[in-house]
Write a protein that binds this ligand. Structure first.
Ligand SMILES: [Zn+2]
Ligand SMILES: [Zn+2]
Length: 508
């Protein structure tokens, strides 16, 4: 903790002034000049234990319900868990964590964050009212997220294949070239979140962070804020970062004036670059984070997250759709569209029936895709960081060291894949509830009508109404699964109960 030299009060980082501020006597100090009381102790401890540099002492809070861990201020009890949304007394312990190299301090204040969030939810007209609850907006918490930052560079000669095709008479000629270019490429600050608890979907949604705004790390910046624990190795995202840099460089090279007369494969340019990481360092990025619980259609507790980029103010949130609002809204919207169609477009009953049947088929297809996404979502298969930490846990249990790259999967079905399949089928069932039989009846009726072609239009209209009802029910089924994709299953993190770390907390 940082003590005010004037009055002994608690110093916290003040976003607006970019200084350490005493909230009792209003004194301001430079973040690099204040001294952490703890640091003196830490120094002597370092001498005693012989710990290497590059580590720092932190207060870690663990949620008794979900096992999520967050770094916080030692003299403020954490009574709320950001991961599972539980109001609970979090267990406190001292620990050591890797010291970040640089930090992007918060630029956006809590008020800025509230404004960004409000403007985001005001656009979500079908969202349930509870997302706009002012009390929830008040609960946004400033959290520094650990990020791996990669730099790439390439200076020197590269060569890649190119071709030029032209027509002469009846023949087409293709000349093949090998292009040699001098490359001078530099990428700085590609960043990926290094916390398995911070979902990739959210971190991507509020990306990017501009590392030009970063400063040399000092714990003073963290005073008054929370921080996530780094638990994902730098190797997890290095391939992604390399691919992104190479792809971008290849696009630039292929787009250059003198490249235009040739046909160039961007992939071969990218691989000719042969980029490799110059550096991967741990940085801290500012994120305003809010979480709360809500019930899903099945009455199960789920957690919803909202995040705002603390540097740029970009906001993203899990926004479910209120099915009642959606149905009403769509009906109101559909009426004028229908009226407009009637004015300008004359559709035969047969065409109408075909259209309704096509919509039905599209809905069915969306259901298939959606069920797969639901299974990805519930099992966390889409999150690289989460997968990494799970793999690490699993391998630890089996007594092996984690492999750096896990690209090729074993052909045997793993437990996770079986679970994935179960959830996928359950999601399919859920969205087909109440419309499965209707779907087949409508399909058969539509098919028969197309063959028989009755003279009386009334038969067609009956078919259209039947198919139309099925369309609506299918859309509601899709909406229900969509909502599952906006509400997260309550997280369950590793280290439940007594493990090797539990002993440390007892001493403190
Ligand atoms: Zn003071
Ligand atoms: Zn929790």
């Amino acid at each position: 903790m940082y003590e005010c030299p004037n009055c002994g009060g608690n110093l916290k980082y003040d976003i607006k002034s970019e200084k350490m501020k005493c909230f009792y006597c209003d004194s301001m100090f430079d973040p690099y000049e204040v001294k952490d009381k703890r640091k003196v102790e830490e120094h002597t401890e370092n001498l005693m234990t012989g710990d290497e540099d590059g580590m720092m002492q932190v207060t870690v809070y663990t949620c008794p319900q979900c096992g999520g861990e967050i770094i916080g201020d030692e003299n403020e009890a954490a009574t709320f868990c950001s991961y599972c949304g539980a109001s609970t007394m979090m267990e406190q312990r001292m620990d050591r964590a890797m010291r970040p190299v640089r930090i992007v301090p918060f630029k956006k204040t809590k008020d800025d964050c509230a404004r960004a969030y409000k403007s985001l939810v005001s656009k979500a007209i079908f969202a349930p009212d509870y997302v706009k609850d002012p009390q929830k907006i008040e609960s946004f918490r400033g959290i520094y997220m650990p990020y791996w930052v990669y730099d790439f560079s390439k200076k020197g000669v590269i060569n890649y294949p190119a071709k030029h095709t032209y027509q002469r008479g009846d023949y087409e000629y293709t000349d093949h070239y090998r292009v040699t270019t001098n490359a001078d490429i530099e990428y700085k600050g590609l960043n990926y979140d290094a916390s398995s608890t911070f979902s990739d979907t959210l971190s991507n949604a509020i990306a990017p962070f501009d590392t030009d705004g970063s400063k040399d790390f000092t714990t003073a910046f963290m005073s008054g804020f929370y921080a996530d624990v780094m638990d994902v190795d730098a190797s997890v995202y290095s391939d992604d970062a390399e691919d992104a840099a190479a792809k971008h460089a290849a696009e630039r090279i292929a787009g250059e004036q003198r490249s235009r007369k040739y046909t160039i494969s961007k992939d071969s340019v990218a691989s000719s670059l042969n980029l490799s990481t110059d550096k991967s360092e741990l940085n801290m990025m500012p994120v305003w984070f809010m979480s709360y619980r809500a019930r899903d259609v099945k009455g199960e507790d789920r957690v919803l997250y909202s995040v705002v980029n603390g540097q740029t103010g970009k906001a993203a949130a899990d926004l479910p759709v209120d099915v009642t609002k959606y149905v009403l809204g769509s009906a109101i919207l559909a009426l004028p569209i229908f009226a407009l169609f009637n004015l300008f477009l004359v559709m035969t009953p047969l065409a109408l029936l075909v259209l309704a049947t096509i919509i039905m088929a599209v809905c069915g297809f969306i259901m298939l895709l959606e069920a797969n996404s639901v299974a990805d979502w519930e099992t966390g298969a889409e999150d690289q960081g989460l997968n990494f930490s799970r793999n690490k846990e699993r391998l630890k249990k089996e007594g092996a060291k984690p492999k750096k790259k896990k690209k090729d999967k074993a052909p045997v079905k793993t437990e996770a894949e079986i679970k994935h399949e179960e959830i996928r089928q359950a999601a399919m069932k859920e969205s087909q509830k109440g419309n499965r039989l209707l779907f087949w009846i409508s399909l058969v009726v539509a098919f028969l009508l197309c063959i028989i072609r009755p003279i009386n239009d009334a038969y067609f209209y009956i078919g259209v109404i039947l198919t139309g009802i099925t369309d609506c029910l299918m859309l509601i089924g899709i909406m229900k699964n969509y909502n599952r994709l906006t509400m997260r299953p309550l997280p369950q993190f590793k280290r439940k109960g007594g493990d090797d770390r539990a002993d440390i907390s007892k001493d403190i």
